[in-house]
Design a protein around this ligand. Structure first.
Ligand code: ATP
Length: 317
């Protein structure tokens, strides 16, 4: 079988005593979309910078499209298209001029650059805006132009570093559509994101990172299954009922509930949904707790994320 497009082994990187990556392993097969999901400061950008040869690792090995990032950085750069958190688009140039520039930088001749640029403008629905300065584009159009620029030269791997951070909801949907188009064509993609919904929607596989370490990896469904199948959620009427309700939920399920004191809300993971609701309710009644709401809901990727990345957060740098 062909080597995966990305192979990362035991990758470590520290900045002046701060560990950014602490032994990360990652593989992305050809044609797959991998989401690297993690909170602020998890190490996502550091990994992307190493993969794209912008930063040297302290130790470990990183191969992209069969090339070693330390020994063959030029080949790696030629094989990767990157769009970052900050747009690379030049606002003074038109959309078309931006793409022509990137194509020429990537070694295309004039004629070929024009063909590539016009094709990408068409594909990313930018033909009508092609001759306007990109500075006047909406957030979503800018990201589409960024994506188009990352595809110039037909890279083996496209890296999208937090592609929708800072976008309004409409532009985010617009960008998701553009990424979905990319993935439908079998492009291999590494996507970093802090948004569960984004990972759930766009990725085949999700690798959850926290504090420089991989804490889980799998499909969205596998991760959800690992977090328990469902949750009993309840709200109580009085502040002083939160404690007894938490104890009642814990003893009925054997799991540790999650408590939101301000909302007087208690939530606990269960495997036998309906029966568990009955037991929790019986315990609550026996404890004299007045319940405003009680119900069952399916585990979401949020549950996975919170369960895996809980604990005191190191301050992001
Ligand atoms: P975000 O979602 O905020 O972009 P991230 O997951 O991309 O976060 P990184 O930017 O990779 O996280 O940072 C990982 C850790 O390394 C953080 O603690 C950060 O402060 C630290 N770090 C990253 N780059 C540097 C640097 N150039 N100098 C010092 N510390 C750094």
């Amino acid at each position: 079988m062909a080597e995966p497009v990305v192979v990362v082994r035991e990758l470590r990187k520290a900045f002046a005593g701060i560990t950014a990556l602490n032994g990360v392993d990652l593989e992305i097969e050809r044609g797959r979309v991998c989401a690297l999901l993690g909170p602020n400061g998890a190490g996502k950008t550091t990994l992307v910078r190493i993969l794209t040869t912008l930063l040297r690792p302290d130790s470990g090995s990183v191969r992209v499209a069969g090339w070693n990032v330390l020994e063959e950085p030029g080949e790696v750069r030629a094989a990767v298209g990157l769009t970052g958190q900050n747009s690379m688009v030049d606002g003074l140039l038109t959309g078309r001029e931006n793409l022509l520039l990137v194509a020429r930088l990537r070694g295309a001749g004039r004629r070929e650059a024009r063909i590539v640029a016009d094709d990408l403008l068409d594909r990313f629905r930018l033909t009508d805006a092609a001759r306007r300065p990109a500075g006047g584009y909406s957030g979503g159009m800018r990201r589409r132009l960024d994506l188009a620029a990352a595809l110039v030269g037909g890279p083996r791997l496209v890296v999208l570093d937090e592609p929708t951070t800072g976008l309004d909801p409409e532009s985010r949907l617009d960008t998701w559509d553009a990424v979905a188009d990319l993935t439908a064509r079998g492009t291999t993609v590494l996507l970093t994101t802090q948004y569960l919904e984004e990972a759930d929607r766009l990725a085949d596989r999700i690798t959850v990172v926290d504090r420089g370490e991989v804490v889980a990896t799998g499909t969205a469904d596998e991760l959800k299954a690992a977090a328990g199948t469902s949750r009993v959620v309840l709200c109580v009427a009085e502040d002083h009922h939160v404690e007894p309700a938490t104890r009642a939920a814990a003893s009925a399920t054997g799991a540790e509930p999650r408590v939101d004191r301000r909302a007087r809300r208690v939530e606990v993971a269960v495997t036998d949904g309906q029966a568990a609701v009955g037991r929790v309710l019986a315990n609550l009644t026996a404890a004299g707790v007045e319940v405003l709401e009680i119900g069952l809901r399916r585990a979401t990727l949020d549950d996975v994320f919170l369960g895996l990345t809980a604990g005191p957060r190191r301050r992001p740098g």
